[in-house]
Design a protein around this ligand. Structure first.
Ligand code: AMP
Ligand code: MG
Length: 327
């Protein structure tokens, strides 16, 4: 079955074509800035400006025509209202005009489900989902994807980007911070914030900003200490979730999971527990339309159907509110 998936929860407008398990194209336009962060209406303008081009280029890469598409899938939740709406309107227009079914999916769950597409042996993992807006430790228990731990304030990516912005780096800040961190091995003590199974970053951000303002610390040392601290926090709660759920697979998802030091810490932890770490390639870690197409496909394959009236965006829908009837 040929599926066209659309991602538009935040900075990325992407269109992917898959044919069952085969990813024919995974194409996107990503909003970035030299300085400053994301302003919702500017990001949605970016998506409006790019959606037609991305659809055309994605079809061309896949080598198929629009009339061959059999299902439209799109991110319906959660995300920035302005940007979600662009994807939803494009998805509805395509489905109605082509007279084909439409399925809306939850973006966070798509990050988890793509793991099984890429690694068929990865069947029941704990997902450490670390992106710009989201930080959640998710696992399937008692018929739902449950959140076993999460951020109590901002997403880890937003935290990294906020500090990056403060020290004059553009968006996204993660790769730039990673590069600076790799130039140091000098750990400076900053707060370590794990509250039960949850984490928070606001206090760490304030502390880092104060240290940066003093001008007595090297920027590289601050970036190194930032990474060592927050990745240890995330590895700690992931390990506890694995122990609690008796699961021996850890899957990474989200843009922050591209970070080599986070991958290394998770690898060490998994090895010590006799568990297996799964890290999809970067194109499937970051926000991508292939995971949206894939989740739409497996929902449809399981018999789920959706009316156009039920395709309204759900910007605040939580992972554990989704009824999982496709597994
Ligand atoms: P996503 O929302 O999943 O597309 O992820 C975007 C977030 O990932 C942004 O906050 C980026 O700064 C962050 N990010 C991307 N690459 C890296 C990296 N190598 N290290 C840390 N964070 C990263
Ligand atoms: Mg994401």
């Amino acid at each position: 079955m040929k599926v066209l998936g659309i991602e538009s929860t935040a900075h990325t407008f992407g269109v992917s074509i898959i044919d069952n398990k085969k990813v024919l194209s995974n194409h996107k336009a990503v909003y970035t800035t030299e300085q400053g962060g994301m302003i919702p209406y500017e990001v949605s303008e970016h998506h409006y400006d790019n959606f037609m081009r991305i659809i055309k280029e994605s079809l061309k890469k896949a080598g198929i025509s629009l009339s061959e598409i059999e299902l439209i899938s799109f991110s319906q939740s959660p995300g920035i209202g302005n940007t979600l709406r662009v994807g939803a309107v494009v998805a509805r227009s395509l489905a109605v005009n082509l007279n084909i079914p439409i399925i809306g999916v939850n973006h966070c769950i798509a990050h988890l489900e793509i793991g099984n597409m890429v690694f068929p042996e990865c069947k029941d993992p704990v997902l450490l989902y670390v992106s710009g807006a989201n930080t959640q430790i998710i696992a399937f228990e008692a018929n739902r994807y449950r959140i076993f731990g999460e951020t109590l304030d901002m997403g880890v990516g937003n935290f990294i980007d906020s500090f990056a912005r403060y020290i004059g780096l553009g968006f996204p800040g993660g790769p730039k911070i990673e590069k600076l961190a790799s130039q140091s091995k000098n750990y400076i003590k900053i707060p370590y914030c794990v509250k039960g199974m949850d984490v928070n970053f606001g206090g760490i951000l304030t502390n880092l900003k104060q240290k940066y303002k003093k001008k007595t610390y090297k920027t590289e040392d601050l970036c190194y200490s930032l990474q060592e601290t927050i990745f240890a926090m995330l590895t700690e709660v992931s390990e506890r979730a694995m122990a609690h759920c008796s699961k021996n697979e850890l899957l990474l998802g989200g843009g922050v999971a591209c970070n080599k030091r986070l991958q290394e810490m998770c690898e060490i932890m998994c090895k010590q527990r006799g568990a297996k770490l799964y890290v999809p390639e970067n194109q499937f870690l970051v926000d991508n339309p292939a995971m949206i197409a894939w989740l739409g496909f497996i929902k449809y394959r399981s018999g789920i159907r959706q009316k156009i009236e039920d395709t309204k965006i759900q910007p605040y829908l939580r992972t554990d509110e989704v009824e999982v009837i496709w597994r």
